[in-house]
Design a protein around this ligand. Structure first.
Ligand code: GRF
Length: 196
């Protein structure tokens, strides 16, 4: 069994899709939610599904954690035998302590076809640019933002009468389909590495 920790900051629709997909799984267990916003809806989702939540707020920085806080998370994850970190709308940049402790074991989903439209509001960036095709990317996390080995991508066509809202819906739908499948595949690989 592979233990995953989901990191989220907001509404948690990907978190919810992951919970649903692995509900009766014999290979993947959602060990915990790590959240940096005490009012995030993701926390409600965790409660409803009896998933333990670790809230680590950071008042000092907006886009990263303090070093001691990253260490606190690493300690917590190790205590809980976490094998894989799944970022699902976690709005802080992952820094060295976590990266070094979970080498090639941190995965992220980004709502564009990387390397296009990195950073915040990627769907809006793509829509405003006027692209005819955008999509979603699942990738391993490294020290750069929205960067790292691409594990899978799905495209989403932008129709002629598309609005930003309809495009956003389509992108989210793809995300919720692709992310659990990539996690499942990664979990299989990790299980093989663990040799059982
Ligand atoms: C998703 O669009 C994801 O690609 C991005 O943040 C958003 C999180 O949405 N990284 P949710 O909290 O899973 O609903």
């Amino acid at each position: 069994m592979i233990n995953i920790a989901v990191f989220a900051s907001g509404r948690g629709s990907n978190f919810e899709a992951i919970i649903k997909y692995f509900k009766n799984s014999k290979s993947v267990n959602i060990a915990c939610l790590v959240c940096d916003q005490k009012n995030a809806y993701a926390i409600e989702i965790a409660k409803k599904n009896n998933i333990e939540t670790k809230i680590i707020e950071c008042l000092k920085y907006k886009t990263k954690l303090e070093i001691v806080q990253e260490q606190q998370i690493v300690d917590y994850l190790i205590q809980n035998n976490v094998d894989l970190i799944v970022l699902a709308g976690y709005m802080r940049i992952i820094k060295e302590i976590l990266l070094k402790s979970f080498i090639n074991r941190i995965v992220n989903i980004h709502p564009s076809i990387l390397p296009s439209f990195k950073g915040l509001d990627a769907v809006k960036q793509a829509f405003d640019y006027g692209v005819k095709v955008t999509g979603v990317t699942v990738h391993l996390v490294d020290e750069q933002i929205d960067h790292g080995k691409i594990l899978d991508q799905r495209h989403v066509y932008v129709d002629n009468n598309e609005t930003f809202e309809t495009l956003l819906k389509k992108v989210h739908k793809e995300e919720q389909e692709i992310y659990p499948m990539v996690i499942e595949k990664l979990a299989e690989d990790i299980q093989k590495q663990k040799g059982n």
